[in-house]
Design a protein around this ligand. Structure first.
Ligand code: HEM
Length: 215
């Protein structure tokens, strides 16, 4: 009913645009948290400055809105595709096992990320650590193996989601053509590796430093 009202193309376009916005957030987020293991003092200064900035509530609202729209429209698109028997995205590029895995894991990966996000925000955002205690909170968290496993799972899910989603989003927005297709695929595969690898390395190094300090 919603699909008939809004049109499946509009679903796809908004789902794609909000997905690309979330990738931008993830790049910025990784750029911030990567300081935690490599430059702890700078990380605290960055976190304190971020929390004091007047624009942060607007950025947080924009992120939440984009995440909610992306989730709702992606789910709607999935339901419409299943009903109409359209499984084209799931069987493309059969020879490329990673691409097939990434395509097939889109829905489950999205749900894993949603679950991770709820836990992650309850751990680090509500309540927010006091100024100067961001790294202490992060180390206390990642001293627990269950949390390290969760953060690594989220990193893998992010990586697979971006691996497939980046190209799919450009196709949904009508921006993919035979000339730029290869470049867009390569850029998003590199981004997927960067995000997945980056978040994994940060989680593992912060965990190692927490264990070293006996937290
Ligand atoms: C090693 C992996 C990660 C680490 C160490 C990490 C660390 C943090 C920290 C310290 C904060 C608190 C920032 C603040 O006080 O504002 C935070 C917030 C947040 N993180 Fe992560 N994060 C990781 C991965 C992720 C991933 C994979 C996602 C998304 C799927 C994510 C989404 C968010 C969101 C939405 C916020 C709230 C931002 C805000 O409202 O200010 N994080 N993260």
């Amino acid at each position: 009913m919603w699909a008939a009202f809004m049109g499946v193309d509009l679903f796809r376009a908004w789902s794609a645009a909000t997905g690309l916005l979330l990738v931008l957030f993830l790049m910025l987020h990784l750029g911030g948290v990567v300081m935690a293991p490599f430059a702890p003092a700078s990380f605290e200064i960055y976190a304190a400055a971020l929390h004091q900035s007047a624009w942060l509530p607007f950025a947080e609202f924009a992120f939440l809105a984009a995440a909610f729209i992306h989730l709702a429209l992606s789910l709607a698109k999935l339901i419409v595709n299943r009903r109409t028997g359209n499984r084209a995205a799931l069987v493309s590029r059969r020879g490329d096992r990673l691409a097939v895995l990434a395509a097939r894991s889109q829905a489950i990966g999205g749900l894993i990320l949603l679950g991770f996000l709820v836990v992650h925000l309850l751990q680090l955002r509500w309540p927010r650590p006091a100024a100067g205690e961001e790294l202490i909170a992060l180390r206390a968290l990642l001293a627990q193996p269950a949390n390290v496993a969760l953060y690594l799972l989220a990193a893998v899910a992010v990586s697979l989601h971006v691996f497939h989603g980046g190209e799919a989003a450009h196709r949904s927005l009508g921006l993919l053509d035979p000339v730029n297709g290869f470049r867009i695929r390569r850029v998003f595969r590199m981004l997927a590796l960067l995000l997945g690898g980056g978040f994994s390395v940060v989680a593992l190094l912060v965990s190692a430093s927490a264990l070293q300090m006996g937290q």
